[in-house]
Design a protein around this ligand. Structure first.
Ligand SMILES: NC(=O)c1ccc[n+]([C@@H]2O[C@H](COP(=O)([O-])OP(=O)(O)OC[C@H]3O[C@@H](n4cnc5c(N)ncnc54)[C@H](OP(=O)(O)O)[C@@H]3O)[C@@H](O)[C@H]2O)c1
Length: 284
């Protein structure tokens, strides 16, 4: 990649880099789950950086509000409503994007949902929805757009994972496993893409302030996550995503200190085996 803007960022450092990097001007980014939280913040961040953004989610009104905010600040945004739990809807989005734009430069697979409680009490419909949105949608879009990006000779894919993917925890058996899947999937593709102009990364986020915990608790049998009052802002995650686009790497933790979490499982998994159920029972 030889964009001058990128080179200048490497040379002068991120803090002093120009807000509107010519390398990224008018590049097209598709962001799933852009109607709230991390997805909305990513759309706004990339829009501010000069990328054209395609916002995908189910709630049209919320997407329009995010798009209006981006346009208000001089950015370019389009919305596409789709239920990403459905194969046909994902294929429709892909076909429409390729027909209208030829392809995309950036894909942020962010749409996702959670559920907190004892796995034995999780309704199958909820588990299936988590698998469909957190895994199927990410894998489907990645495979479709990756091929296209390789043909076009450029691309960035960011999958929004979670620290829970590397730290199996009581109460989030299915959710954590979907994020482990994303870690494994992204890492394998990252290795396959070595030396190619297409890059893929996974963001392992700790707790983030968003509607995520409320949505999880609204599902049948779901509890409020104990982490709901903790965490970083969606804007902080968006800033990390923007950083990853410019300096791709396999994994990024937010906050960075959480990079120790895989060692916690390796070193203290035996302790979590004993304390985990107590914590979940207490919370219940
Ligand atoms: N919040 C956290 O603590 C945290 C921590 C680590 C990782 N994450 C991950 O970050 C991502 C974003 O979560 P968030 O915190 O920003 O939560 P959020 O505010 O609840 O956002 C979730 C987004 O996913 C979209 N979505 C859900 N189901 C969908 C479907 N069937 N079709 C299309 N879009 C769908 C929602 O849009 P519509 O409802 O409009 O469709 C919404 O825009 C998720 O992948 C989550 O696992 C969150």
């Amino acid at each position: 990649m030889s964009g001058n803007g990128l080179v200048s960022e490497w040379v002068i450092g991120r803090r002093f880099a120009p807000a509107n990097n010519p390398f990224w001007q008018n590049r097209l980014a598709l962001i799933t789950g852009a109607s709230s939280g991390i997805g909305a913040a990513c759309a706004q961040r990339l829009g501010r950086a000069g990328l054209r953004v395609l916002l995908v989610a189910r709630r049209r009104e919320r997407l329009e509000q995010v798009a209006d905010q981006i346009r208000l600040h001089g950015g370019q945004a389009e919305i596409l409503t789709a239920d990403l739990s459905q194969d046909t809807e994902r294929q429709r989005v892909y076909n429409q994007v390729c027909e209208q734009h030829g392809g995309i430069d950036v894909l942020v697979n962010n749409a996702g949902l959670g559920w907190y409680g004892f796995g034995a009490q999780m309704p199958w419909e909820t588990a299936l929805e988590l698998l469909q949105v957190n895994i199927h949608a990410t894998v489907h879009f990645t495979l479709l757009f990756l091929q296209r990006m390789k043909e076009r000779g450029f691309g960035r894919i960011i999958n929004i994972g979670s620290v829970s993917g590397g730290l199996p925890s009581q109460g989030i058996a299915v959710y954590g496993a979907t994020k482990s899947f994303l870690d494994n999937f992204t890492t394998a593709l990252y290795r396959e893409l070595a030396g190619s102009p297409v890059k893929i990364s996974v963001v392992r986020a700790g707790p983030v302030h968003s509607e995520f915990c409320d949505t999880a608790a609204e599902r049948p049998g779901g509890l409020h996550l104990p982490t709901e009052r903790m965490g970083v802002t969606s804007e902080a995650v968006a800033e990390r995503v923007w950083g990853l686009l410019r300096r791709p790497r396999r994994t990024a933790y937010i906050p960075r200190i959480l990079a120790f979490t895989p060692w916690v499982e390796a070193g203290f998994g035996w302790l979590i085996d004993r304390l985990g159920p107590l914590l979940l029972n207490k919370h219940k």
